[in-house]
Design a protein around this ligand. Sequence first.
Ligand code: 6PG
Length: 243
Amino acid sequence: MKDCEVKIFEDAEKLNTAAADFFVESAKKILSKQKNFSVALSGGSTPKSLYQLLASEQYKNKIEWQKVLMFFGDERCVSPENEQSNFRMANETLLSKITIPKENIFRLRGEIEPQKSAAEYEKKIKQTLGENPCFDLILLGLGDDAHTASLFPETDALDEISKLVIANFVAKFSAFRLTFTFPLINSAANILFLATGEKKSFAVKNVLTEKSEKFPASLVNPQEGKCFWFLDKPAASLISEKK
Ligand code: 6PG
């Protein structure tokens, strides 16, 4: 089991530039040897700036969007118009601003019955990427409770070892969330965590020092792939540089 590589940046702006460069380089490398570049986007607020940067004049023409297959690592059980929707956030900041074919965007449907949506999405992933799907890049965030995607502490999804996408009941929200499971995440070729801000510093320290279901993001460690953590200084304030 390889450890994750941790990179610490002065501030969120420098982190996002590095993340955009990482995205461009990963796409170029993968597309030099295969037809498509499959990506799963993360939700929440952290990646907004990265998505806006990728959609900017500075970056958008560096990526062959028509060869990118865009998926979502998790979704709230709401309609795509809802302000809580991860799809809405990604669409507003990135997808609506780049020349990606509509058929290359695979939305995780939050507006239908959760179990049905999870099964439908798993089927769609397998139809597109094969029976043992291996995403070229999965972007992940980190909650201050050390969750990632919608793999929250003390939820059933943490123990899922066969399904690739499930509806996970999260008691603290009294709601289901749709999420990739560890088997799917840990099969990725590249995983990039983005975490910024002081609020995340305890979760970062816990996740990078103890592999435990108490800290779900600590259980992300691809067997074959590579795992990177991009942190700004405030988020990294409780860990030493040498990780
Ligand atoms: C979601 C995300 C989730 C997110 C973390 C961090 O649906 O909310 O997928 O895992 O990455 O909660 O969220 P922030 O970036 O808003 O702090």
